[in-house]
Design a protein around this ligand. Structure first.
Ligand SMILES: Cc1cc2nc3c(=O)[nH]c(=O)nc-3n(C[C@H](O)[C@H](O)[C@H](O)COP(=O)(O)OP(=O)(O)OC[C@H]3O[C@@H](n4cnc5c(N)ncnc54)[C@H](O)[C@@H]3O)c2cc1C
Length: 435
């Protein structure tokens, strides 16, 4: 008889984990609370729904997330494979048609003979081999039950999602297509502003009405900071952030004072998201303020930006680098954003590492502890061993890996770190598969 494993949550991490375990011939019970219980950010009942941007970020090997994806390819990541199947043009980034992507993942998992899908909110941790991958918007009862491992160390805060605009409503007599420094094949739509237009927009943005957030709940998360919050930090801040005009000049024209970029959101090119415009302005305020952007005067908003809770636990000391709860005798793993990794790719990676190690544990094989030089190893190590007192969700970055330890030109560092990581992963992965 096949060994049963529960995977709770069919998001990015849970979908990756369920696929990997089913592939290794376990009987997977995949629990997903949607559509019976919807979170405030998800809009569909599909698995691996991308709640905000449609981008899995850079594919370049000079970027940590590009290297991480390459490592995941070596390990046959299901999420990366599906993202590549449903990608849309995005320059050096891996962006997807979100509906096609999550629809295909749902179909693959629901039709897999080793997977039973149960649409139910799990409120108590089962006393069976289990991976909990319930994400930043986990059902509260289960989070409470997790408290037995985490004392009163649960955390939660809010981050934000950007609006999506109907392509046909963008005024292309004002806007133009170009990617920054003409890199890649991306077709960003750019909305240029002169100083007067920027000043008017800026004043409206900082004075616009926001949805109510209690002070103690708002810990602004730098990687996903609302545009209005960034604007309040100073009039120039946006000009060095999402509205940076450098590299977006049009031939024969002066550089605009500011540029709002719109990125393609679906394969057909019918939807565009406002890059860097996560926001918690009230919906009608978004319409009023964002329509002040030249070219968006008649913009139709297909989805407004929103603010959401983001739950994660203080993992260091409680989880080991396999994402396993150390003190539990029954194999119990966490995966995804709830562990303190941050981002679609990082969440998927943790689902992959947890599933591979669940398999190892049940098969009585040696644990897979990835070398620290790899992005996979560095992120897993961060979750297990970071400073618990100021533990914060973390994107993969080159700062997490050990120094090179030999002299090199500063500008060559990223390429060298990347090369070392991929070499280490290749050797490690080949050695594991030979065992
Ligand atoms: C509003 C918002 C915007 C974000 N924007 C981005 C972004 O643009 N780019 C990026 O890289 N990252 C973003 N993130 C961060 C994060 O990477 C994503 O949330 C990612 O989806 C996390 O993957 P996950 O698998 O951990 O969780 P999810 O993908 O959220 O999956 C968790 C699943 O578990 C289900 N579930 C929850 N509780 C239970 C339960 N008790 N029983 C059964 N099922 C349950 C949920 O319905 C959900 O399907 C954002 C997060 C939020 C909240």
């Amino acid at each position: 008889m096949k060994q049963k494993i529960n995977v709770i949550g069919a998001g990015l991490a849970g979908s990756e984990a369920a696929y990997q375990l089913a592939k290794r011939d376990y009987e997977v019970h995949l629990y997903e609370m949607r559509p019976k219980v919807m979170s405030k950010a998800h809009h569909t009942s599909h698995f691996a729904e991308l709640v905000c941007s449609n981008s899995l970020r850079s594919n370049l090997l000079t970027q940590a997330v590009g290297v991480l994806k390459e490592e995941m390819r070596m390990m046959d990541s299901f999420i990366v494979k599906m993202a590549e199947t449903y990608q849309v043009p995005a320059g050096g980034a891996l962006a997807v048609d979100r509906d096609a992507f999550s629809f295909a993942i749902t179909k693959t998992l629901t039709s897999h003979p080793n997977i039973t899908v149960i649409h139910e909110e799990v409120k108590k941790i089962p006393n069976e081999p289990t991976i909990i991958a319930t994400g930043p918007l986990s059902g509260e009862a289960l989070v409470k039950d997790l408290g037995r491992y985490f004392d009163d160390d649960h955390l939660w805060f809010y981050d934000a999602a950007a609006p999506i605009i109907e392509a046909d409503s963008i005024n292309m007599a004002i806007c133009y297509r170009k990617s920054r420094y003409d890199k890649g094949t991306a077709d960003y739509i750019n909305c240029p502003m002169n100083k007067e237009e920027y000043d008017r927009f800026y004043e409206a943005l900082i004075q616009a009405e926001c949805t109510e957030i209690k002070d103690f709940e708002l810990k602004v998360f730098e990687a996903c900071m609302p545009a209005e919050e960034m604007a309040r930090r100073g009039k120039e801040t946006l000009l060095y952030g999402p509205l940076k005009p450098v590299g977006l000049e049009q031939e024969g024209k002066l550089r605009p004072h500011a540029v709002v970029q719109l990125r393609q959101d679906d394969i057909r090119g019918s939807m565009y998201n406002m890059v860097g415009f996560q926001t918690h302005l009230k919906h009608l305020e978004q319409k009023r303020v964002f329509r002040l952007i030249p070219g968006l005067e008649n913009a139709e908003f297909l989805r407004y930006g929103v603010m959401h809770r983001n739950t994660f636990v203080k993992s260091p000391g409680v989880l080991d680098p396999r994402f396993r709860i150390k003190q539990e005798s029954t194999p119990l793993y966490l995966a995804g954003q709830i562990t303190g990794v941050e981002g679609y790719v990082e969440s998927s990676l943790s689902g992959l590492v947890a599933a591979l190690n669940m398999d190892r544990e049940l098969a009585d094989k040696q644990a897979l502890i990835f070398p620290l030089e790899t992005m996979t190893g560095a992120l897993s190590d961060y979750v297990a061993h970071a400073n618990k007192d100021n533990f914060q969700p973390m994107h993969i970055n080159f700062g997490l890996v050990p120094a090179l330890g030999y002299k090199h030109k500063k500008k060559e560092r990223k390429a060298l770190v990347s090369e070392r990581a991929l070499q280490a992963m290749k050797l490690f992965w080949e050695a594991q598969n030979e065992q």
